[in-house]
Design a protein around this ligand. Structure first.
Ligand SMILES: [Zn+2]
Length: 193
């Protein structure tokens, strides 16, 4: 009986050890996967540098996450209603996810219900470049980033006042940054509370 108990205890211990190393391996795999998604180095990303960027497709592919590369450089379109920015109402600035160029302010964002984040006006004239797009049997105006010339989306003439424009933008190529002032106010208010 004693022997049997000893045997059971050893089995249990071995099993626990195995379980332990299994979950450790799993964690390592998870960490590696997360790292490869988030630590992709993009040496040209800057929210202050305005110098024009001219990289080859191969160079972009190396430094951009796959889904950003596909929309921005291969003129892809994200699935409608798939962007976290579609019904997003935080105050702040939207930057080009490829290069960091400031594109839109949150106070020019509106609910278009078209399935993509929509704005009625870019931050400045130079932040966006307009191009004729006759693909897919349609005549549209494509909007590209003024700094890195990445595809962002299209602009249509059915937007709200004051511009009457609707910049229909793929959320994948946007990076949002909360307004610093608003964030500070919030922090101070919290402290006062
Ligand atoms: Zn850009």
């Amino acid at each position: 009986m004693k022997k049997y108990l000893q045997y059971t205890a050893i089995c249990l211990l071995a099993c626990l050890l195995q379980q332990c190393s299994y979950s450790q391996n799993n964690k390592d795999a998870e960490n590696t996967a997360t790292k490869s998604n988030t630590t992709k180095k993009n040496p040209v990303y800057s929210t202050t540098d305005t110098a024009q960027l001219k990289l080859t497709d191969a160079e972009w592919k190396k430094i951009l996450p796959a889904r950003v590369y596909e929309i921005a450089r291969l003129k892809g379109t994200e699935r409608p209603f798939s962007s976290i920015y579609e019904n997003f109402k935080e105050k702040g600035t939207y930057y080009c996810a490829v290069c960091g160029n400031p594109l839109f302010q949150s106070d020019t964002k509106f609910e278009s219900n078209c399935g993509w984040p929509s704005f009625f006006e870019p931050i400045s004239k130079g932040s966006i470049i307009y191009q004729q797009d006759n693909s897919h049997g349609m005549s549209r105006t494509e909007v590209i980033c003024g700094r890195c010339h990445s595809h962002l989306g299209h602009v249509f003439h059915d937007g709200p006042p004051p511009t009457g424009l609707r910049y229909c933008i793929n959320g994948v190529v946007l990076n949002f940054s909360k307004a610093q002032k608003a964030a500070d106010n919030y922090k101070n208010k919290k402290k006062a509370d």
